[in-house]
Write a protein that binds this ligand. Structure first.
Ligand SMILES: O=C(CO)COP(=O)(O)O
Length: 253
């Protein structure tokens, strides 16, 4: 069985001190690390404070982006080596907001995914279709292409560590969740693509999260599905009570 993974994506919210307090408040309350992987992905500048606050208790810290080079003349960028240096463990790659607003492409997603393994970071690779693509019945082919392009050249052993987040763009921050069946169908398709492109072993190992208006009220239903192994959560990860409920749902899945 794949271990559930619940990740909060704080996007551009919270000040650093608020983030650290959030983690400290959860300190005694989080389920054991054996039951669920709990991840909080914050803005870059909060990361050192959060990795310090997260010492000795079962939560990992993730970044929301990174550059693919180790160092160089890339003003405003942060490298995988820098993230690893401050004990960051995860990195979100190719979130739809970065693809839409910051020119991220399958090619840059692929470079970043491969770079994450040079430094032992676990990538959370985001894929997902627009409303127009869904209405034109292009969801499967589009997501399939994103998965293949994003993971191109990644070795089988590395692939088993990858987390894929299926986030339909039309469900992000809109309050519109894909039904658990719709979400599971796409996650199952992604797993089939992994099997056809790589192997059954890889397909069974890779964890696939659903993201898009996940809340305490709908997470149990989503996690009960065969191919949904966790959630990548925006809005409902910002508040301690609701984040804790989501993580508990992961631990009980
Ligand atoms: O984009 C998301 C997580 O990466 C989803 O955001 P919401 O949970 O706010 O819909």
């Amino acid at each position: 069985m794949r271990k559930p993974i619940i990740a909060g994506n704080w996007k551009m919210h919270k000040l650093a001190g608020e983030g650290a307090r959030f983690l400290m408040d959860l300190r005694e309350k989080l389920p054991e690390a054996e039951k669920v992987d709990t991840v909080v992905c914050s803005p870059y500048i909060h990361l050192p404070l959060l990795t310090e606050a997260a010492r000795d208790f079962p939560v990992s810290v993730g970044a929301q982006n990174m550059h693919f080079e180790d160092s160089g003349a890339f003003t405003g960028e942060v490298s995988p080596e820098m993230l690893k240096d401050i004990l960051v463990e995860y990195v979100i790659i190719g979130h739809s907001e970065r693809r839409e607003m910051f020119g991220e492409t399958d090619e840059s997603v692929n470079k970043k995914t491969r770079a994450s393994f040079n430094h032992g970071l676990t990538p959370i690779v985001c894929v997902g279709e627009s409303l127009e693509q869904r209405e034109n019945n292009e969801t499967f082919t589009f997501v399939e292409q994103q998965v293949k392009n994003g993971l191109d050249g990644v070795t089988e052993e590395q692939l088993k560590q990858v987390v894929i987040a299926y986030e339909p763009i039309w469900a992000i921050g809109t309050g519109k969740t894909a039904t658990s069946e719709e979400a599971n169908d796409v996650c199952a398709h992604i797993r089939q693509v992994l099997k056809d492109t790589y192997s059954e072993d890889v397909a069974q190992a890779v964890r696939i999260q659903y993201g898009g208006s996940v809340k305490p009220a709908n997470i149990d239903e989503l996690l009960s599905k065969s191919d949904i192994d966790g959630a990548l959560v925006g809005g409902a990860s910002l508040e301690e009570d609701s984040f804790l409920k989501l993580v508990e749902a992961g631990a009980n899945a």
